[in-house]
Design a protein around this ligand. Structure first.
Ligand code: NAD
Ligand code: TYD
Length: 341
């Protein structure tokens, strides 16, 4: 491919993906469209400022004229849609921007890509569209969609639009669904970076409910390799699951993290549970193994250690993104929870 267009490239996974693409494909240009919401930080890609193969355009994926202009100017071979409102807790406080970006934004991109005759479209989605598991079993690509949060419902709606465009128009779309990512540049509203940042300054770690909820953790590098494999070798109209093969309860994860940091378990605070909190996610990624020759490579303990080191070394990055809007969010989300816990 000579050029790809990425949306949401200033966020956590998008920025890791853009950097990796430029490293792995020296002759390929990468165009990044990002609105720069609270979660979008151009500093995540500041090291690419002087790279002539990288282009950044600020704008909203819901704005058809903006998307059309980018497609016309750069004529990319493929579009990979990372742009989203991505945090479950925020979707519980207000689902409006979730429906706007994750549903209307996806539809706008699909129409624009169809009109431009794009050769490949990849929708980066989540295992949360499948809902919650009990103690046993894993999600396959055939598991019925049963989203439980406004976030996952809006992602499922986006996935279904891609499916419908493939079916109705022969559109060359692919959906990828991945479990919980961790790694550098993750915004510290999500569990791991929040707990690392808090623990580093001896602040309490707010564990929802009893901490028995299970998530499957995957390093962001493994997820990016999976998206790349789907982009280049996936079949149009298909869904591919990616997982890390690293299931842990939130409490197990928190304890492992405190051990890596050398901090006491007395920092753990059990707080009021998230409404509608999904019990367990687990992924069957055998289709990606079979068809894309993909499997996760990063060992969880080693990935966790490296991630902690990254946050330790980037205290100024954390400090910056935690100022401003984030302070108000933290107070709204945790103020009364921590006061009454
Ligand atoms: P993030 O919140 O860190 O980044 C989202 C990016 O999208 C930001 O740069 C933001 O500015 C941009 N954006 C938001 N609304 C936009 C709009 N209307 N127009 C243009 N840009 C906009 O998210 P992330 O964790 O990097 O997740 C990226 C994608 O991967 C999302 O689609 C998410 O649903 C999916 N996903 C995330 C995880 C995870 O564990 N983080 C797991 C599976 C799937
Ligand atoms: P999160 O990082 O928000 O990802 P998701 O909800 O998309 O899986 O949360 C991961 C798990 O950690 C989830 O079970 C909720 C829990 N959690 C807490 O216990 N405390 C917190 O402060 C946060 C943000 C999450």
């Amino acid at each position: 491919m000579s050029a790809i267009l990425v949306t949401g490239g200033c966020g956590f996974i998008g920025s890791n993906f853009v950097r990796r693409q430029l490293a792995d494909y020296p002759d390929q240009r990468v165009v990044n469209l990002d609105k720069l919401t609270y979660a979008g930080n151009p500093e995540n890609l500041a090291d690419l400022d002087d790279d002539p193969r990288y282009v950044f355009r600020r704008g909203d994926i819901c704005n058809r004229e903006f998307v059309d202009a980018a497609l016309a100017e750069h004529a990319p071979d493929a579009l990979i849609n990372f742009a989203a409102e991505s945090h479950v807790d925020r979707s519980i406080l207000d689902s409006t921007p979730f429906v706007q970006t994750n549903v209307v934004g996806t539809q706008t991109l699909l129409d624009a890509c169809r009109a431009a005759g794009i050769e490949r479209y990849v929708q980066v989605s989540t295992d949360e569209v499948y809902g919650s598991l009990g103690r046993d079993g894993r999600f396959t690509e055939d598991t019925p969609l049963a989203p439980n949060s406004p976030y996952s419902a809006s992602k499922a709606a986006g996935d279904l639009l891609v499916r419908a465009y493939c079916h109705t128009f022969g559109f060359p779309g692919i959906v990828t669904r991945c479990s919980n990512n961790y790694g550098p540049y993750q915004f510290p509203e999500k569990l791991l970076p929040l707990f690392i940042a808090n623990a580093l300054v001896d602040r309490e770690l707010p564990v929802y409910g009893t901490g028995e909820n299970v998530r499957d953790w995957i390093h962001v590098d493994d997820h990016c390799r999976g998206i790349d494999a789907a982009l280049r070798n996936g079949r149009a109209g298909e869904v591919y699951n990616f997982g890390g093969d690293a299931e842990l309860t939130n409490l197990e994860l928190t304890r492992a993290l405190l051990a890596v940091l050398g901090k006491p378990e007395s920092l753990i605070r059990f707080v009021a549970d998230r409404p509608g909190h999904d019990l367990r996610y687990a992924i069957d990624f055998s289709k990606a193994e079979r068809e894309l020759n993909w499997r996760p490579q990063v060992d969880f303990r080693e990935g966790l250690r490296q991630t902690v080191e990254w946050y330790r070394a980037h205290a100024d990055w954390v400090e910056k993104v935690r100022s401003g809007e984030y302070r108000q969010y933290y107070e709204r989300q945790y103020g009364s929870r921590l006061a009454t816990a």
